[in-house]
Design a protein around this ligand. Structure first.
Ligand code: 5GP
Length: 203
């Protein structure tokens, strides 16, 4: 479960809503916030680097990790498996970092039970047309893969009400400001007050 004072930020969105860029930018701007790199059985895309974008593993390795209880959550998305390493998460927390995860709605539902103090944020595209355009212009996925992602997106977007916060990603800069504001506010929740400060003040 980790240190309750450490913040876990979970961001879900349909693919194409821009959550990778958003999370990367927020990590770049907010000190003490780390992105936990997920494990996946999906083949890497052209620009992706193993260990930076994902830890790319084969099905047997992934299943071995599932059986060993290595994942804080895992799910099957678009026909591939994705999981968050419990060890990586706890290593960040142990180093005094807050963590941001970019995961699907099934994974977020699992973490809501184990990390009830986590902050759950849903990112929506400004319109269906924009989402479709972003997916098609990516050119890294085959047309049937794009159709599959659009169908999944429709189902995922209905889950926005399960999240504490919703951000509409119209202009990236505004979405970055909004997510940063949420993270900064959440860091100031009274129960997260540092024990060193409490001891110093004797409160
Ligand atoms: P993509 O293949 O486009 O990188 O990601 C597909 C979906 O898998 C996205 O919705 C992404 O958020 C989700 N995803 C990435 N990593 C994880 C993970 O560790 N766990 C879960 N549950 N979903 C993940």
């Amino acid at each position: 479960m980790g240190d309750p004072r450490r913040l876990l930020v979970v961001v879900s969105a349909p693919s194409g809503a821009g959550k990778t860029s958003l999370c990367q930018e927020v990590v770049r701007r907010i000190p003490g916030l780390a992105h936990s790199v997920s494990y996946t059985t999906r083949p890497s895309r052209a620009h992706e680097v193993g260990g930076r974008d994902y830890h790319f593993v084969d099905e047997a390795t992934f299943q071995r990790m599932v059986r060993a209880g290595d994942f804080a959550e895992w799910a099957s998305v678009h026909g591939h498996h994705y999981g968050t390493s419990r060890l990586l998460l706890e290593t960040h927390f142990g180093a005094g970092q807050d963590v941001i995860l970019d995961i699907d709605t099934q994974g977020a539902a699992q973490l809501r039970r184990t990390y009830p103090d986590g902050v759950f944020v849903f990112l929506l595209p400004p319109s269906w047309e924009v989402l479709e355009e972003r997916l098609r212009s990516r050119q890294s996925d085959a047309p049937d893969e794009i159709e599959r992602r659009l169908r999944t997106a429709r189902e995922e977007m209905k889950r926005y009400g399960d999240y504490t916060y919703v951000i509409i990603n119209d202009v990236l800069e505004r979405a970055v400001t909004d997510l940063s504001a949420i993270i900064v506010a959440e860091r100031h929740r009274s129960f997260r007050l540092n024990s060193r400060v409490r001891d110093q003040l004797g409160i």
